[in-house]
Write a protein that binds this ligand. Structure first.
Ligand code: NAD
Ligand code: MG
Length: 404
């Protein structure tokens, strides 16, 4: 079952929703809580989680009257306990507590942990059977089939938060896959769109973190600079929507105004537009199937005047090609791709790895993983986590080859 056919069956709008935010201190988490804070009467906060940022988690938990605050780093328990002393917020720490928080009954859960660290908590949220707003695209990259099966088994609802996928979700008005010609994800092109290959080779973390249109966490900002983000999004879209890989297209659109398009067999193309602010797609997932007010800047096309669209350049941005090859291959490739990318991004941010070595390291890991393992589909989360760990170890051991 694909989310569009499942999610398009409208449900009644409850007057007050119990919500949890996994990854509350991050960019998506804080944007979500900004919207919640503007509509306090409509939401009760069950659980907020973070990995290390105790002060921010405590502040958000107090501001939003959370029932429970969980810090993933168990060393930080006493700091969080002190920061929340005298409040009614329950405190817990450690990985298990974090996954448990995700499994607590909530009408709506925002899955906004970054990376494969979000797999188990997001799965726990899906298994409790209500609505999960999915920002953590890595879940579908690593284990798309498994996650979509779990959504179906739990009769949960999975609503896309990624702006392109939200746009496509909003533009799909039919669950009849035969009516769709293609789905287009737009890409800003990142900060290096107009840089020469020589300039890109010398790019530093501060250049790559300087995204032209979106304000986001560090990992996704680097993914946008390499355009791996769009590659991961292709895989995400493949699992969310009823099309095959040949029907998925990427279009570079530097203004980030048109977020996604659906082309139908009669020649019609439906798209969703808006200023680049994550609060719009987050609001859509919060209010779905209705809409809610947001404070985002309104789109003024006359002032913008002109929108541009360019085909992506896979030679300049090889991560796009690498991800597309994995999309078409299936099996464990998505897990290895994601794990190698996470290690490469971390090493680039540490200034250990050059920007252009990122795709090289990822390809080496993929080549080695394919040489060492027969193609097999991953049917349990435990199998996914084993491949994830193996790929990370391999990526770390190969790092030295790419350090100049
Ligand atoms: P971020 O780095 O700003 O925040 C990440 C959150 O995850 C933080 O709350 C952090 O405490 C938590 N976290 C980090 N490591 C963790 C771990 N090991 N265990 C548990 N929690 C951990 O990231 P972000 O930009 O908000 O992105 C979150 C997710 O949403 C990513 O998957 C990203 O690809 C996706 N996404 C983000 C945006 C955006 O605008 N930022 C847009 C589309 C999709
Ligand atoms: Mg996106």
């Amino acid at each position: 079952m694909t989310i569009n056919s499942e999610a398009l069956q409208a449900v009644p709008d409850p007057s007050s929703q119990r919500i949890s935010v996994l990854g509350a201190t991050g960019s998506v988490g804080q944007n979500t809580l900004d919207l919640i804070g503007r509509n306090r009467e409509k939401f009760d906060v069950v659980a907020l989680t973070a990995q290390t940022n105790v002060d921010k988690l405590a502040e958000l938990s107090i501001n939003h009257n959370a029932e429970l605050a969980v810090i993933g780093d168990d060393q930080a328990y006493s700091d969080l306990k002190s920061a929340l002393a005298g409040t009614e917020v329950e405190v817990a720490a450690g990985r298990e507590a974090l996954v448990h928080a995700a499994s607590l009954s909530a009408d709506w859960t925002m899955a906004a942990i970054v990376g494969a660290a979000g797999l188990q908590p997001t799965l726990a949220a899906i298994r409790q059977g209500n609505t999960v707003a999915l920002a953590n695209k890595e879940c579908l990259v690593c284990a798309g089939n498994l996650f979509m099966n779990e959504v179906s088994c739990a009769s949960a609802k999975l609503l896309p938060v990624d702006s392109e996928h939200s746009a496509i979700f909003q533009s799909i008005h039919s669950s009849n896959a035969g009516e769709i010609d293609k789905i287009t994800l737009t890409a800003s092109g990142g900060p290096f769109l107009k840089w020469s290959s020589d300039q890109i080779a010398a790019a530093q973390p501060e250049d790559a973190l300087n995204h032209p249109t979106w304000s986001m966490g560090a990992k996704i900002s680097i993914d946008s600079a390499t355009m791996m983000n769009k590659g991961l999004e292709l895989i995400e879209a493949f699992h969310l929507f009823p099309v095959d890989s040949s029907q998925l297209e990427i279009l570079v659109h530097p203004e980030s105004i048109v977020h996604g398009l659906v082309s139908y067999r009669d020649g019609s193309v439906l798209a969703q537009l808006g200023t680049p602010d994550m609060r719009t797609p987050i609001a859509y997932s919060l209010a779905w199937p209705n809409r809610m007010e947001t404070p985002t800047e309104r789109l003024d096309l006359a002032t913008i005047g002109k929108l541009t669209f360019i085909s992506p350049d896979e030679n300049k941005f090889p991560c796009l090609r690498i991800a597309r090859e994995i999309l078409e291959e299936g099996a464990f490739g998505g897990v290895a791709l994601n794990a190698a990318n996470e290690i490469a991004v971390e090493a680039f941010l540490d200034r250990t790895l050059s920007f252009t070595a990122i795709p090289k390291l990822i390809e080496s890991v993929l080549d080695q993983m394919h040489a060492d393992n027969p193609p097999s589909s991953l049917s349990t989360i435990e199998e996914v986590l084993v491949i994830d760990e193996e790929s990370r170890k391999l990526a770390r051991s190969l790092l030295n080859h790419y350090i100049s």
